[in-house]
Write a protein that binds this ligand. Structure first.
Ligand code: DX5
Ligand code: ZN
Length: 240
């Protein structure tokens, strides 16, 4: 996958389908396409790494059949490695794994690239940003959770803003810096200021009666203070 397709459209709102109506997913996705969405965030949970279950491969396949939008697949799995090719075959364009289960994620990044997808790295709020830094220039997406992974509708933890700032300083402008959990009208400005360029939104989007209007509103809020997020300290990505 060519990352320039995404970096040309920053900042991005990535709707999290966890908050959509599972009985009418195709309809909700069509609504998002019409509103101008370019990417969908899909949450895969195993009941072990997180104390919740969501949906799995057949649902991702079904979503792939119904849309050409990019699929950003967030793997909340204790053991993600065996599932990388499975979710890629199902239609994932981006596959993100948690640093908490992959202290050295490089071999999985390689595998994700070999499969033709973009690798991402995720951390939960209590996980120090230092654990991610050796790898943030080896992947295309760095995702900071604003809540403990596992459930939608939780309150954003402002303590993660400092993690986002550090990641922004250490990565080149084309790196996708995403935030997931508690992202919405009241938090998006601070998250943009910290340096994020991709905003996963579940409840703040699907919880509104007019989802297309809310999508455009959130995108405007994200774009308002967005300055391209280029950091003078950012080093060019190695080995690319
Ligand atoms: C939580 C998931 C999120 C979730 C976000 O573990 O990773 O993607 O859908 O939901 P909101 O936007 O409601 O916090
Ligand atoms: Zn997620």
């Amino acid at each position: 996958m060519d990352i320039s397709r995404l970096t040309a459209s920053l900042p991005l709102i990535a709707p999290s389908l966890l908050a959509a109506d599972f009985a009418h997913l195709a309809q909700d996705i069509r609504t998002l396409e019409e509103a101008g969405a370019e990417i969908l965030h899909l949450d895969i949970m195993d009941g072990h790494f997180v104390p919740n279950l969501s949906f799995g491969v057949p649902v991702v396949e079904a979503i792939r059949r119904t849309t050409g939008l990019l699929l950003d697949v967030h793997l909340m799995l204790q053991n993600p490695e065996p599932y990388l090719s499975v979710f890629r075959k199902a239609g994932a364009d981006m596959l993100s794994i948690h640093i908490e289960v992959a202290p050295d994620p490089r071999s999985m990044f390689d595998k994700i690239r070999q499969l033709g997808a973009l690798p991402g790295l995720v951390s939960n709020p209590p996980t120090p940003v230092e654990t991610m830094l050796p790898f943030v220039n080896e992947c295309d997406l760095v995702l900071t959770m604003g809540v403990m992974a596992g459930f939608g509708g939780q309150l954003f933890n402002p303590g993660v803003l400092s993690k986002i700032r550090v990641i922004r300083e250490c990565t080149p402008p084309e790196t996708l810096i995403s935030v997931d959990g508690g992202v919405g009208e009241t938090t998006i400005a601070d998250i943009t200021a910290a340096g994020a360029n991709m905003f996963v939104t579940g409840t703040a989007l699907f919880g509104k009666p007019d989802v297309p209007a809310q999508f455009r509103h959130l995108r405007q809020l994200a774009a308002h203070d967005y300055k391209g997020n280029a950091s003078p300290l950012a080093s060019r990505r190695k080995n690319r």
